[in-house]
Design a protein. Structure first.
Length: 480
C-alpha cells in the first residue's frame, strides 16, 4: 500500500484550484500537474545517483593510485575491475528488475533500486580494501541500471501525455548534471568527502518515493481497478472527469490483451520490441558510448593539447546543455524528425572524423593545421546525440510498449544495450591497434546513415498521443 498525501486541487496544491482557462483542454493538461512534477523530481533522484555512478571512475581512479587512496595504491589491473564490474552487475539487473516490475510492481522495484544504491555508496564511502570497492561498484552498477529501467517506466505511466516527453527527458538531464558533478567535484575533493556527497540522493530517493502511489497501469494489469482509480485520482489532482476517461482507455487496452503471454505474442508487441531493439542497438553502434568513453584517447591521437579530464568536462557541459535543450523540443517537435535528423548529423560528424584520422595516418602533413577538427566533430556529435539519439529512445520505448510487458521489454533493451556497448568498447582498442583510429569512425558513421533510413520506415510518431492511441497506431502499421 502506498501512503496517501492530502487531497489537492487541480493544480496539485492543497485546497487551491486554478481559474478556468478559455482553452477547453487546459483543465485536462493541468490536472494534478504539481503531483506529476513531484513524481518526476523523485524519479530524477534515482537518475542522479545513476549519473554519479557513471562519472565516478574518471576522477576516482586517479585518486586510487595516489596517496589519497583509502585502500592503498591500486594497480592498473585492479582498477580495471572497477570499470568492468558495473557492466556485469548491469546484465544481472536487467533480468531481475524486468521480472520485478511486471510481477510485483513499479514501487517494489523502486525500493530495490534504493536499497542497493545506498548499500553500494556506503561501501564506497567506508572502503578499506579493494574488495569493498568491487562490491560497492557492483551494487551501484546494479542500482543504476535498475533506476534507468524502473524510473522511465513508472513516469511514463503516471504523467499526462501532453507533458510526458518533457518530464521524462528530465531523467537524462539530471543524469548529465550528476556526471558533471562527478568530474568536477571528484577533481577537487578528497576520496571520502566526494563519496559522501554522492550518497545524499540515494538516501533521499526511497524516503520520497514512499509517498507516490503505484502506477495505475500496473494496478489495472493486476485487475485492481479500485486501487488504480485511487492512484489516478491522486496523479490527476482529484479531477474525476479526467480520471474516468483515462481509466476507461486503460481498461479498454487491458481487455484487448487479457494475458501476459497473449500480449507478448501480439503483432503490436512484436513491432514495439523490434523498434526498441532498433533504437538501443543503433544508439550504441552509432558511437554513443564509444565517443564518450574514449574521448580522452581520441583527443590525444588527434594531437589536441587539451588535458584528458578537461576534455571530459567540456563534453559533459555540452551534453548537459544539449539535454536541457531537448526539454524545450521534445514535446514541441516531432520525435521522428529529431531521431532521423540527429542520426544524420552524427553520421556526418563521424565521417569527417574518419577522413581526418585517415589523412593523418597516411602522412598528409596539412592536417596538422586542422587539429581543431576532432574537437569540433566531437562537440557536434555530443550535442546532437544528447538532443535526440541519446535521450529519445528511453522516452519512445516506454511509449510504444504495452504496459503488461514493459518489464520484459526493459530486459531485452537492457541486454541489447549492454551487449552491443561491450562489443563496441572492446572493438575500439583492437581496431585502433590493427587498422587505425580512422576505422573506429567509419562503421558508426555508416550505421548512423543506415539508421536514418530504418527510422523513417519503422519509427512511429508518439508526441502528444495517449499510450492507447500509440498502441492502436502500431497495430495499424501507422508511423504518423
Amino acid at each position: 500500500m502506498s501512503a496517501q498525501l492530502p487531497a489537492m486541487g487541480i493544480d496539485g496544491e492543497a485546497g487551491v484550484n486554478e481559474p478556468e482557462s478559455n482553452d477547453p483542454g487546459s483543465e485536462v493538461r493541468n490536472a494534478g500537474r504539481w503531483k506529476q512534477y513531484y513524481a518526476t523530481f523523485v524519479v530524477c533522484l534515482a537518475a542522479y545517483a545513476t549519473g554519479l555512478a557513471s562519472g565516478w571512475a574518471s576522477p576516482m581512479l586517479i585518486r586510487l593510485k595516489s596517496n589519497d587512496s583509502p585502500v592503498g595504491n591500486m594497480t592498473l589491473t585492479e582498477m580495471s575491475y572497477l570499470e568492468s564490474i558495473p557492466t556485469i552487475s548491469g546484465l544481472v539487473a536487467v533480468y531481475l528488475f524486468g521480472a520485478v516490475v511486471d510481477t510485483f510492481g513499479r514501487k517494489p522495484a523502486g525500493y530495490v533500486v534504493g536499497l542497493f544504491s545506498i548499500a553500494g555508496w556506503l561501501l564506497l564511502v567506508m572502503a578499506s580494501s579493494p574488495l569493498h570497492l568491487y562490491i560497492g561498484r557492483f551494487f551501484t552498477g546494479f542500482s543504476s541500471v535498475g533506476g534507468l529501467m524502473v524510473g522511465p517506466i513508472f513516469l511514463s505511466e503516471v504523467v499526462h501525455e501532453t507533458r510526458r516527453g518533457t518530464l521524462m527527458a528530465f531523467i537524462m538531464v539530471l543524469t548529465s548534471v550528476a556526471q558533471l558533478q562527478s568530474f568536477v567535484l571528484g577533481d577537487v575533493l578528497s576520496y571520502r568527502l566526494f563519496n559522501i556527497t554522492c550518497i545524499i540522493s540515494p538516501l533521499l530517493f526511497p524516503l520520497l518515493f514512499y509517498w507516490l502511489p503505484e502506477s495505475p497501469f500496473f494496478l489495472c494489469s493486476k485487475s485492481r481497478l479500485e486501487d488504480a482509480q485511487t492512484s489516478l485520482l491522486w496523479y490527476r489532482g482529484g479531477n474525476k472527469d479526467v480520471v474516468s476517461q483515462e481509466l476507461s482507455n486503460i481498461s479498454n487496452s487491458r481487455r484487448q490483451n487479457q494475458s501476459y503471454l497473449s500480449t507478448f505474442k501480439s503483432k503490436t508487441a512484436r513491432k514495439a520490441i523490434s523498434i526498441v531493439i532498433f533504437m538501443f542497438s543503433f544508439q550504441q553502434l552509432g558511437g554513443s558510448q564509444v565517443i564518450s568513453g574514449f574521448a580522452s584517447l581520441i583527443f590525444e591521437d588527434s594531437g589536441d593539447p587539451i588535458p584528458p579530464n578537461t576534455s571530459a568536462i567540456i563534453l559533459s557541459v555540452i551534453r548537459l546543455v544539449a539535454t536541457c535543450c531537448s526539454l524545450l523540443l521534445i514535446d514541441r517537435v516531432s520525435r521522428r524528425f529529431m531521431m532521423i535528423s540527429t542520426f544524420f548529423v552524427m553520421g556526418v560528424s563521424l565521417a569527417i572524423m574518419s577522413t581526418f584520422f585517415y589523412m593523418k595516418q597516411i602522412g598528409v602533413s596539412a592536417v596538422n593545421y586542422y587539429s581543431w577538427i576532432p574537437l569540433a566533430c566531437l562537440c557536434t556529435f555530443t550535442l546532437v546525440n544528447s538532443v535526440g539519439v541519446g535521450t529519445l529512445p528511453e522516452v519512445i520505448s516506454n511509449e510504444v510498449v504495452p504496459p503488461q510487458i514493459k518489464g520484459a521489454s526493459s530486459m531485452i533493451s537492457g541486454t541489447v544495450t549492454l551487449s552491443v556497448m561491450f562489443l563496441c568498447l572492446q572493438a575500439f582498442t583492437f581496431i585502433r591497434q590493427h587498422i587505425g583510429m580512422y576505422a573506429n569512425f567509419v562503421y558508426p558513421s555508416f550505421t548512423n546513415f543506415l539508421a536514418c533510413i530504418i527510422a523513417y520506415h519503422v519509427l512511429p510518431e508518439t508526441r502528444g498521443k495517449s499510450l492507447n492511441e500509440i498502441l492502436n497506431n502500431l497495430d495499424e502499421g501507422s508511423v504518423k
